[in-house]
Design a protein around this ligand. Structure first.
Ligand SMILES: [Zn+2]
Length: 279
């Protein structure tokens, strides 16, 4: 058996044009280069194709709530390492690292504040905190937020960004699906208004619980929204998946999302919905 040997030199890669670090960003949808300070001013939305880049929770907070109106709630709840979990890294270390990186105690912050002078309670998930995973703390904070809203007759808004349940907390994480869903059912029976805002990415246990239980479900354009990833689904059903599968626009067409809202219009849209639906 003959072995073929490469005699010529490998083709050397073309040198990439230098892009100064941090100043320019390439849009993953239209490939245009965007000047970072300008992109920040436009709420991290591409001016060529309207691609919505992921933004941090603080930007979302400032985008939605009236300046100076907000107060953080339930900030001091921290996760316990119930299982003494260790995979590549110890769970305890992961928590410490995530806290240092984000300045948060877990993957969600809750605020009371106002939108155009209307009182709301708002949860914002942080994908940077262990993939925005839902463990005992996220479940507990969401539950307390709903209780608080019930007592004070506030609409509940929740900006979702999550990779799913937090496997490091095992079954305790999975219980949060039932816990938050039950709370929302009670809230709804009592006439409460709940609006989830699905951002890129909203997947796994969050999609399977409070992500999809809104009176109205809003989503940002182009966000990945689904339960299992496309590769797993493809393998399971043995079929190719349609184009745009698990993106906001596809989900809207299939009836899972009610309204696609650009970042620019998010605050005014929420205000309009609350004005109409909240008693
Ligand atoms: Zn673009």
């Amino acid at each position: 058996m003959a072995w073929f040997k490469r005699e010529k030199q490998k083709i050397s890669p073309v040198e990439k044009k230098g892009v100064p670090d941090g100043l320019w960003v390439k849009c993953p949808t239209c490939s245009e280069f965007l000047y970072k300070p300008e992109l920040d001013k436009s709420l991290s939305v591409c001016r060529h194709c309207s691609h919505h880049f992921r933004i941090d929770p603080k930007t979302y907070h400032d985008l939605l709530l009236d300046k100076g109106s907000s107060k953080e709630m339930f900030a001091n709840i921290r996760s316990k390492d119930f299982l003494n979990f260790k995979a590549e890294k110890k769970y305890k270390h992961q928590l410490d690292t995530a806290t240092k990186r984000t300045g948060q105690n877990d993957a969600i912050n809750i605020y009371i504040g106002t939108i155009n002078s209307t009182d709301v309670i708002l949860g914002i998930m942080n994908f940077v905190f262990i993939g925005g995973s839902m463990g005992s703390v996220v479940g507990e904070k969401v539950s307390r937020m709903i209780d608080y809203a019930h007592e004070n007759k506030l609409p509940v808004l929740l900006v979702c960004a999550s990779g799913g349940a937090r496997m490091q907390e095992g079954a305790i994480s999975l219980m949060q699906l039932a816990k938050t869903s039950a709370k929302l059912a009670q809230f709804s029976e009592g006439g409460g208004l709940y609006i989830p805002i699905l951002t890129d990415p909203t997947t796994g246990g969050v999609t399977a619980s409070y992500g999809m239980l809104g009176d109205l479900i809003l989503a940002e354009p182009g966000a990945l929204i689904g339960f299992a990833g496309p590769r797993v689904i493809k393998q399971t059903i043995g079929q190719d998946l349609p184009e745009g599968f698990q993106r906001t626009e596809f989900l809207k067409e299939k009836g899972f999302v009610d309204h696609i809202v650009t970042r620019e219009k998010m605050k005014s849209t929420l205000y309009n919905i609350i004005s109409i639906l909240h008693e």
